[in-house]
Design a protein around this ligand. Sequence first.
Ligand SMILES: [Zn+2]
Length: 499
Amino acid sequence: MTTTLPSYDDVVARYEPVIGLETHVELGTRTKMFCGCRTDFGGEPNTRVCPVCLGLPGSLPVVNKAAVEATIRIGLALNCSIAEWCRFARKNYFYPDMPKNYQISQYDEPICVDGYLDVEVNGETVRIGIERVHMEEDTGKTLHVGGATGRIHGATESLVDYNRAGIPLVEIVTKPIPGTGELAPEIARAYVTELRDVIRSLGVSDVRMEEGSLRCDVNTSLNLPGQEWGTRTETKNVNSLRSVERAVRSEMLRQASVLDAGGRITQETRHFHEDTGDTTPGRSKETATDYRYFPEPDLVPIAPDPAWVAELKAALPELPRVHRRRLQEQWGLSDLDMQSVLNAGAVELIEQTVAAGATPAAARKWWLGELSRRANETGVELTDVGATPEQVAELQGLVDAGKLNDKLARTVLEGVVAGEGSPTEIMTSRNLEVVSDTGALTAAVDEAIAANPDIADKIRSGKVAAAGALVGAVMKTTRGQADAKTVRELILARLNVEA
Ligand SMILES: [Zn+2]
């Protein structure tokens, strides 16, 4: 079915969206959720497995305490209540990359419930309710080979790698989020961004969406104002922050066009396609009864000691929102300036540059100026642009010491980004240091005065502005490596003119 999609403005004028997000986070524990197998990425297929994570008969799981601790810390950071008693449950379904044919998860007795996360969108705080945070295990990975697309259609065979099977996962489920109106896509993105930052600050996961250690499913529905909430769809495969935003928007447009044509929305999972920004239908959505949940008989219930939970709570690090507010104050930035730092993804980079010795203003200038421009041009994240905070601080140190002017510093930075070495090394090897030897400069100044007697006369008669032309001449003979301010002062001094 091809229909013309309505415009976004038209959709939000007529429909109200309700969104919800389910986020899976792979914990960075050393071993798996229920066995001692290593979790680090990149082993040969099926080398990090044992009878437990392969689900062999007679093997018994044992809960990883570090994973429980990490989950409780996530729950606490999301303002949840921590259950004094909870259980694991079996979620039964067949899938070849799931060796036991059930997944150990949590169902009606999750470890963390009823919290919230405050996020900022356009300077406003939006409180997102957290329904639950629970523990489960990851599945293996299926590789379809022999086809052009890597999908099962057209493949000649499928291979399964169980290295990932049993890696601890935490699932964070929001309450439904109504009332967002046209901001639904931005709020979804802001939530995932903030959640990622919170989890990163706890040090329990590397939360890299592109590597799958943070995965997001986006629920979307539309209803007419004043009416019941509509049927929701669940969009999967959303693996970047930008895609979270696009997935909500594209699903709102699609659902509106179906509803406009008098159709009904089917409750189903949909797949997001990075290239087109569209979603296509996946399987029709199972309901909880399809999974035949029951309490996991091989594991004892978990009853975290309230004293331990209180200890974990007291030891939580400063959370990103509080941390950002403190930095904004320290750096003396307006809300607007801080917002541009956030949008550029430069908070930590500036913080580390300042820690390496630069002033906040200088650090911000480099990261938001030259380096952001380069990141945009080459389509990479600022963190991958090729310069480190230490290098930027070193570069600024050379500027502050008068060894580089702004223009030369940008040339040195080019070298840094190209991997030629440290700023000092590049300055030396490319002979870019500012000419600060007054003798050499004075000679260049005298030469410029001698070559331009008419301009020199103008300056002598009081037209100080004419000095610019002589400064230009000196900069030319020194290949831009003189400090323009010093040159100007020298010219005026040689001509006995007050500055
Ligand atoms: Zn194992």
